[in-house]
Ligand binder design. Structure first.
Ligand SMILES: Nc1ncnc2c1ncn2[C@@H]1O[C@H](COP(=O)(O)OP(=O)(O)OP(=O)(O)O)[C@@H](O)[C@H]1O
Ligand SMILES: [Mg+2]
Length: 263
């Protein structure tokens, strides 16, 4: 009998260098929704703020390690990525973040840090890996871009959001030229979206015009997201009947259909 083909996971980095634009909310809810579609999903929290780790109620036990130990430059302290994943309650395995990762942002991942991380991600025995990035274009975001097949950019309607998207595109292009030829902004989502406001309508019009193949639509604004966050639950579980939950389920399905499987 022939062996089943070995596939590597499809890797999606959720990125935008601006703070508070819905990256983490998007990463955790898409992770949970894609897992519900039957995929084995790992979520890697590369933000020292650890919001994704907290949002999925992941508690680190005494024997658990975070992404800090995975990414650290010092070989004898390093732990393989596959050994660092922690089961969450939501059917998603999590590479937890820790505030010590701020040191990595400041001092870097070391000479082969990006390629080492990228190789470890590609060797994970999962179908989909989602990486939550911090709100900057520093070391940890570059590590995520180096490991990703696709970037999902979150755009919160506001005056300079399109400019921020273009700036992110420049960084992705630099990563493509140097570290990772396959990475691309393949998906754009408008988050925390209130269709009654003029600025939201403007952002939608711009994205539909300039990012027509990448644009996956809007995620509606709702107070339920803050409530879910307080309870450390993804909103798709906490308030599955909301438009926001339906938006995330729809976008998860689109990404699952569109992201190519690598053999
Ligand atoms: N659809 C939504 N409706 C209402 N509030 C939302 C929605 N999505 C996110 N928020 C709120 O907006 C804030 C920022 O969201 P989130 O933490 O996901 O953004 P972020 O880009 O990851 O932020 P950071 O850059 O700090 O990591 C949070 O308080 C979150 O609860
Ligand atoms: Mg975040």
């Amino acid at each position: 009998m022939l062996d089943a083909p070995i596939t590597r996971p499809r890797v999606l980095a959720v990125a935008m260098q601006k703070g508070g634009v819905g990256k983490t909310t998007t990463a955790i809810n898409l992770a949970v929704c894609i897992a519900e579609l039957g995929q084995r999903v790992a979520l890697l929290d590369l933000d020292p703020q650890a919001n994704a780790t907290e949002g999925l109620a992941v508690e680190m036990g005494p024997d658990d390690v975070s992404m800090f130990e995975v990414l650290i430059d010092i070989e004898e302290d390093r732990v393989p990525l596959a050994d660092a994943l922690i089961e969450s309650k939501w059917g998603v395995s999590v590479g937890a973040a820790h505030r010590a990762m701020r040191r990595l942002e400041r001092y870097g991942l070391g000479p082969s840090g990006y390629t080492r991380f990228s190789r470890q991600v590609s060797e994970l025995d999962f179908d989909v890996v989602i990486i939550d990035c911090p709100p900057n274009l520093g070391e940890l975001t570059v590590a995520a871009l180096a490991a990703a097949d696709s970037v999902l950019a979150t755009v919160k309607p506001g005056p300079d959001e399109i400019k921020a998207l273009i700036e992110l595109q420049r960084s992705v292009q630099e990563t493509r030229e140097g570290l990772n030829p396959r990475v691309n902004i393949d998906y754009v989502v408008s988050t925390i979206f209130d269709g009654r406001t003029l600025v939201a309508k403007d952002v939608r019009r711009n994205l539909e015009a300039d990012w027509s193949s990448e644009y996956l639509g809007e995620v509606s604004q709702t107070v339920r997201v803050a409530e879910a966050k307080n309870r450390r639950e993804p909103v798709v579980f906490y308030a599955p009947e909301t438009e926001t939950a339906a938006d995330y389920r729809r976008i998860a399905k689109l990404i699952d259909e569109r992201m190519p499987v690598h053999v």
